[in-house]
Design a protein around this ligand. Structure first.
Ligand SMILES: C[S@@+](CC[C@H](N)C(=O)[O-])C[C@H]1O[C@@H](n2cnc3c(N)ncnc32)[C@H](O)[C@@H]1O
Length: 222
């Protein structure tokens, strides 16, 4: 009788524990890092935020987006669960790091283009310092030529380089952006031809976020 009760107790206690352990294991995120424990992501986020802060304090930015635009980049990338993100104009990696905050959650990747060798290597160092070097590919060279090598579908594209090149970047990136994807462009008040292009196409829906440097947020509808 005692033995039977013992077996029942053991089964009653240990079986639920085994099932709990199994379901926990499924949620550990080994297959999908976005399932990584919340605490682990919070630690990774803190590390990136610390580098962003240090970059500003030690003047290691160059024509970088203001904080509000960095936050907007993160929010839009994360909310759209973007896996494939492209940036034109890396500079020293400041905006890229804001995007990386979202990539921690989406488990996505950033491909970012920079023509200036020195800034590209500084960016590489910043991505390494923030622990996200595996999430980012820096392509050094002229993005007008090199975007041709990109593979779609792109979920989010961010244009923040030579203003005279914005429309060219738009034309080259648009076919690769998937329907439902976003094209973001910085300082658009300086680029009226770009504003015209994204506000007159029936296939695009554009709003302007003017908190920081002026960000055009364009949805590719179809
Ligand atoms: C405004 S800054 C980018 C700032 C960066 N997005 C940030 O917020 O940290 C513009 C960058 O675009 C780069 N750039 C300009 N023309 C380029 C081109 N044709 N191809 C690639 N990068 C280019 C510049 O060297 C410069 O570093």
């Amino acid at each position: 009788m005692v033995k039977r009760n013992t077996v029942i107790v053991i089964a009653g206690v240990f079986l639920p524990m085994c099932f709990a352990a199994l379901s926990l294991q499924r949620g550990t995120g080994e297959l999908h890092p976005s399932n990584a424990p919340v605490a682990e992501r919070a630690t990774a986020e803190k590390k990136i935020l610390a580098v962003l802060d240090r970059m500003v304090k030690s003047h290691e930015t160059y024509l970088s987006v203001p904080t509000q635009d960095g936050q907007a980049l993160r929010l839009l990338t994360e909310a759209t669960d973007a896996k494939n993100v492209v940036e034109i104009g890396t500079s020293t990696g400041y905006s890229g790091l804001w995007i990386c905050l979202a990539l921690l959650k989406t488990n996505g990747h950033l491909t970012t283009f920079e023509i200036d060798h020195q800034r590209a290597s500084m960016a590489q160092e910043h991505f390494k310092e923030a622990g996200v070097e595996k999430k980012v590919t820096i392509v050094q060279g002229d993005a007008h030529e090199l975007v041709a090598k990109l593979k779609g579908p792109i979920d989010v594209a961010f244009i923040d380089a030579d203003k005279s090149g914005y429309v060219d970047y738009l034309n080259k990136l648009l076919p690769l952006v998937q329907p439902g994807g976003l094209i973001l462009a910085h300082n658009v008040d300086m680029v009226p031809d770009y504003v015209k292009a994204v506000t007159t196409s029936a296939d695009l829906e554009t709003i302007f976020y003017m908190e920081g440097g002026g960000l055009a947020v364009t949805l590719k509808k179809r």
